[in-house]
Design a protein around this ligand. Sequence first.
Ligand code: SAH
Length: 349
Amino acid sequence: MTDIVEKLYSTGNLSDSELEQLILTDDEETAELLKKYADETRRRYYGDKVFLRGLIEISSYCKNDCTYCGIRRSNKDADRYRLSREEILSCCENGYELGFRTFVMQGGEDPYFSDDVMVSIISEMREKYPDCAITLSLGERSRESYKKMKDAGADRYLLRHEAASEELYSKLHPKEMSLQNRKKCLFDLRELGYQVGAGFMVGAPFQTVKDLICDLRFLQELRPQMIGIGPFVPHHNTPFAEEKGGTLELTLRLLGILRLLFPKVLLPATTALGTISPIGRELGLKTGCNVVMPNLSPVKVRKKYDLYDNKICTGEEAAECRGCLQRRIESAGYTVANERGDQIDFKIK
Ligand code: SAH
């Protein structure tokens, strides 16, 4: 089995059947070698740096009804909130002091955040923080909308494709959503000059190894600058409440594979990974990850951005979160980089 890892490391690719074997094997020597090469590869391009992204969860209102997600519109028990422009800007002020040089505005698909509202917030952030990257994660919008926000100063966009197989995508989403539109959004974003992030959940209900390979192949086609993956974690108020969540081992396996398929990619050790294991993010960092996304949202709304059960980091102030993550990063053998952290070689237009 270790020869498959050797091949992945030296050629940067594998056949479908080799990927399948590597995803499924429980051989420990293979897992160790994958981890070693993943770490070596991230160090070749990024040294021991870990980039921080200050995550501002701007709204828990959502017009979509994704089956897995706790803030889906059918969850009538969800406690909804949206941040005001002043609250968002005050999160940035706080984050800037803490050393963050990337702000991520993420939210449900909330019509309140129209193009005009977003353009005005982004323009002000751009003016106040010329040295920071502005990342958006606001779901599917029109090409015109993405363009307006790019022109206002946004740099990056995170939009996980969620599942690149039609069959799985349709099991995880309501019928009014389509994989085709999600993919179109990603290609529009790339064409408009955004640094783009795609990704998927590991261990989602109905997901097979073939589906995972399909995700990897789609990523090879898209060539995103960022790839966000994390375990699926059930939420008690969704149709998937009784489903099993994704495992630590499988998520780490995919992180290692992703690092070797995409040596220069920005790869976060996600909050969901930290939720299923107390040392999940540290293990992620040791398996090729080079980004963490501490929460900058006001503490009073943290619990309401309730995507899945037992989500961590919902109680601390931003400064505590930042301190906790710095300790975790250093304990894993890496250092915090207080910089924008663009993908190496990405040409900013
Ligand atoms: N509305 C935005 C942001 C969605 S929330 C968008 O559509 O992109 C960010 C990510 O959280 C989603 O892309 C999804 O992959 C993940 N997520 C949602 N529910 C989850 C769950 N139950 N377990 C793990 N991850 C989940």
